[in-house]
Design a protein around this ligand. Structure first.
Ligand SMILES: [Zn+2]
Length: 239
């Protein structure tokens, strides 16, 4: 099982183009949130329409897993919290989104939405509770925000992570969490693209402008992760 992991593409279409070219080399592609760019001049509904087409092309080539990030909300629920309804609607064959899960053999992979307030956080909490009851040998999470107090949430000045995720990691001890959100973490002195919290490996491949995004290649048979970026490539055995 060979997986390509990216996040925070922020409507950089050249980066989506690059992923389309790579797709057939991988068994699965994880996009860990922030597909849209809320600061762009391009209207959000146009961004969504274009990305729908990209993701439909992508799912014809390989399995795609997508979680929402803080840039991806397109509607507000009755509690005035943003939700990425357009991502929920992408749940077709070979594409798996917020709230759902997929099995890779005995590995359960759960995909969590960005939570924008207490109501959405409770929905995520229920997802953890119900999916923890499923049968699996190892559990992998796709979750946009990185854990707090970790090099993968270091901005260069402080940690901006999700402390609720730390609590869920402590409770459920997944084997891996694929995050994003803090674009610069891997490129700061005290930051990193990987960290280990207990037995859980957590990742944030980072984000920047350019034609090729920084990315991870994870091989679950060999239990190794590679990180590739303009800052170079690094390798980590996941034991
Ligand atoms: Zn982002």
């Amino acid at each position: 099982m060979k997986i390509l992991v990216v996040s925070d593409l922020h409507y950089r279409l050249k980066q989506f183009d690059w992923i389309l070219v790579q797709a057939e080399r991988f068994d699965s592609i994880i996009i860990a949130g922030d597909l849209l760019d809320i600061s762009s001049n391009v209207n959000l509904s146009v961004q969504i329409e274009v990305l729908n087409k990209y993701l439909c092309k992508l799912r014809q080539q390989t399995q795609v897993l997508v979680c929402s990030g803080n840039h991806d909300g397109d509607i507000k629920n009755q509690y005035d919290e943003f939700e990425a309804r357009w991502i929920q609607r992408l749940s077709y064959d070979n594409i798996h989104v917020d709230g759902t899960f997929v099995y890779w053999g005995q590995t359960l992979v759960s995909i969590f939405p960005w939570w924008d307030g207490e109501f959405s956080k409770q929905v995520v909490n229920k997802q953890f509770q119900s999916q923890s009851q499923l049968n699996f040998q190892q559990w992998i999470w796709v979750y946009h925000a990185p854990p707090d107090n970790s090099p993968v949430s270091w901005t260069g000045k402080r940690h901006i992570g999700d402390s609720a995720l730390n609590a869920w990691i402590d409770r459920y001890q997944p084997s891996m969490v694929f995050s994003g959100h803090i674009h610069q973490s891997p490129y700061t002195k005290a930051g990193d693209w990987k960290d280990q919290i207990g037995h859980t490996w957590v990742f944030n491949s980072g984000s920047y402008l350019g034609d090729i995004p920084p990315y991870l290649v994870v091989d679950l048979q060999r239990m190794q992760a590679e990180w590739h970026s303009l800052a170079g490539s690094e390798y980590q055995l996941l034991v």
